[in-house]
Design a protein around this ligand. Structure first.
Ligand code: FEO
Ligand code: CA
Ligand code: CA
Ligand code: CA
Length: 590
């Protein structure tokens, strides 16, 4: 079967066996090296990491926690250099029980303000300059580009139709245009002009306060905000208390754009892309020059969105693209059983998006994107994670990670499995026939199921791949995705350990006999999830993010289930970015 699979696929690497242990593993013939770990120096003057004496001041200069999205930006800007560039990396969230000795997962009340500030400084984003010498990537120390963006103290602007609205004003910001920091930065994407788009995903978990008689009750409830925070931040910072600062939560849940080549650029929360639990956002230039952005709302029974700019991309002048993400139309997807995908515009005054339903302006539509999409009858999906165009086919792949809450009577053609514990992948196909002319601005696409994850040996899984998938080739819980220059799909997973295998990387062709014939390439140490797959322009390096290593039930700072990657007594596991190259050089996967 391995031989059959190998012959059907263009991917030539020998598959890695499924497994679950303390270490990372990559397919034979490849190197996997740790590039940067939580606590390593980022900006000039960063102190040495001292895990037993964490301070916010140190953390603001050091690599943050739980690395997720990775983007590679060649140096010099505008080149295709694959041996020197910038890495832009998200830090999604923090795990207090793996960061602080003696603090359990539920010990919020024991946390000091300094601990909270460390957590806030460990969230956000990092820019590092990286160089390849032989097979080895290293971080350039003290780079002029090095930067930390945090939840604690990075000023940001709100731009687009909702900016300046009363619902975005707070006691600290009477303009409704200035925010401090960013939350839960999960996945992201790049614009064609070389800026980063990073997501604010599970922003609801940082706030607390009673919603009884709260002016934003209906809005906040739709996003799952409760009077019980996952963090102790509201105990030390009033802005996370919904009763002291009723609008602060409206200033999160956006997509953020900034320029990684300018360490002084002010990140902009682009409200035209909607407010929800953005997994990430990816872009493609339409044949008519307009910018298209795809973005998923990662929650059970939430939706997939597409944004179409009104203006066109200027390929000569980077600065001329500044407003493309402020002026355009946001659409939400409706999947019909006949294979049609309709994109429905979220425009104030159209259909049900009127004052009668509480939408007095486009700002209201964007602040309550989910409720607007509910009224339009969008299709509730099995948790849309990465949604990304494949440049080779100009079709769009959506990772639906899982949805164990879907009942039999709630299944539909695009979400066909009840209690969907393994997730699936959908291909969305813009009209046009050939990649060069596919019209991503069209309101009518077609769609198809690319694969149904799960174990093909278990009939009850209802898995679907190409025939010939091996006992190691099946995967569970697709989350992030990347495409190589040949158009092959590289999927990373979040949740496979529930099925007894480690999260990792699986790759497949998207056309021919090897379409959806997934093959196992890399796996994480126990407790981790795999995020951020990112190729250099020449496909000779694949960067991946090992997130929350060792985070298993019962694991802690003092007694972790793995001490990857240091394996030093007293040092807990550290989320890290890993660079994968082929031994002797060459294209990943070949
Ligand atoms: Fe942060 Fe949807 O994963
Ligand atoms: Ca994650
Ligand atoms: Ca994710
Ligand atoms: Ca996930």
């Amino acid at each position: 079967r391995e031989a059959l699979a190998a012959s059907a696929s263009t991917l030539t690497f020998k598959e890695l066996p499924h497994g679950y242990d303390e270490y990372m593993h990559v397919a034979d013939g490849y190197n996997a090296g740790v590039l940067i770990r939580w606590g390593d120096a980022v900006t000039a003057g960063a102190p040495d990491f001292d895990v037993n004496n964490l301070t916010a001041d140190a953390q603001k200069t050091q690599f943050g926690y739980n690395n997720d999205y990775i983007g590679f930006f060649p140096l010099p800007q505008g080149s295709n250099n694959s041996t020197h560039g910038l890495l832009a990396i998200n830090h999604e969230y923090t795990d207090r029980h793996m960061m602080f000795d003696g603090i359990g997962e539920d010990d919020l009340a024991k946390q000091t303000k300094e601990m909270v500030d460390v957590e806030m400084a460990a969230h956000g984003h990092t820019v590092i300059e990286v160089k390849k010498d032989g097979d080895t990537w290293t971080v350039v120390p003290g780079s002029q580009y090095a930067r930390r963006i945090t939840a604690l103290d990075t000023p940001m602007e709100l731009t687009g139709p909702a900016a300046g609205h009363d619902r975005l004003k707070t006691s600290a910001d009477s303009t409704g245009r200035k925010v401090i920091g960013t939350l839960n930065n999960c996945a992201g994407g790049e614009t064609p002009w070389g800026t980063v788009l990073f997501a604010e995903e599970n922003f609801h978990g940082y706030f607390k306060g009673t919603l009884e008689n709260h002016p934003e009750k209906r809005n906040y409830e739709r996003y799952g905000i409760k009077d019980a925070s996952r963090y102790a931040w509201a105990d030390h910072h009033d802005r996370f208390d919904l009763n002291k600062e009723p609008n602060e939560a409206n200033r999160f849940g956006w997509m953020v754009e900034y320029d990684p080549y300018d360490p002084n650029s002010v990140p902009k929360k682009r409200t035209a892309l909607g407010r929800f639990k953005h997994e990430g956002a990816t872009t493609i230039v339409n044949p008519d020059g307009r910018l298209i952005v795809y973005t998923g709302d990662d929650q059970r029974f939430d939706y997939v969105y597409k944004y179409v700019s009104n203006g066109t991309v200027d390929t000569e002048d980077r600065a001329a693209n500044g407003d493309l993400l402020d002026d355009g139309v946001l659409y939400v997807g409706k999947f019909d059983a006949d294979g049609t995908l309709m994109w429905m515009p979220l425009v104030h005054g159209e259909g049900p998006l009127t004052a009668e339903n509480g939408f007095n302006s486009q700002a209201d539509v964007l602040i309550e994107t989910r409720r607007a999409a509910d009224l339009l009858g969008a299709t509730p999906m099995d948790r849309p994670e990465d949604v990304e165009p494949n440049p080779a086919t100009s079709t769009v792949f959506m990772m639906l990670t899982n949805n164990t809450k879907r009942k039999d009577e709630q299944t539909d053609a695009a979400n066909p499995r009840a209690a969907n514990k393994h997730g699936h992948v959908i291909e969305m196909i813009p009209p046009g026939g050939t990649p060069a002319v596919r019209d991503h601005a069209s309101q009518e696409f077609t769609w198809d199921i690319f694969l149904m994850a799960g174990n093909p040996a278990n009939p009850e899984d209802g898995a679907q791949y190409a025939s010939g998938v091996t006992e190691n080739g099946w995967l569970s819980c697709p989350d992030n995705v990347a495409f190589d220059k040949k158009g092959r799909i590289w999927i990373t997973t979040d949740g496979a350990p529930k099925s007894g295998l480690a999260d990792g990387v699986w790759a497949a062709d998207v056309e021919g006999h090897g379409r959806a014939l997934t093959r196992h390439f890399f796996r994480t140490p126990r407790g981790a999830e795999m995020c951020g797959p990112c190729f250099t322009p020449d496909d000779t390096t694949l960067f991946v993010a090992v997130q929350h290593p060792g985070d298993e039930s019962g694991s802690s700072f003092a007694n972790p289930v793995t001490r990857w990657p240091d394996f030093t007594p007293g040092m807990p596991p550290r989320p890290s970015v890993v660079a994968i190259t082929k031994k002797g050089g060459g294209v990943i996967g070949s």
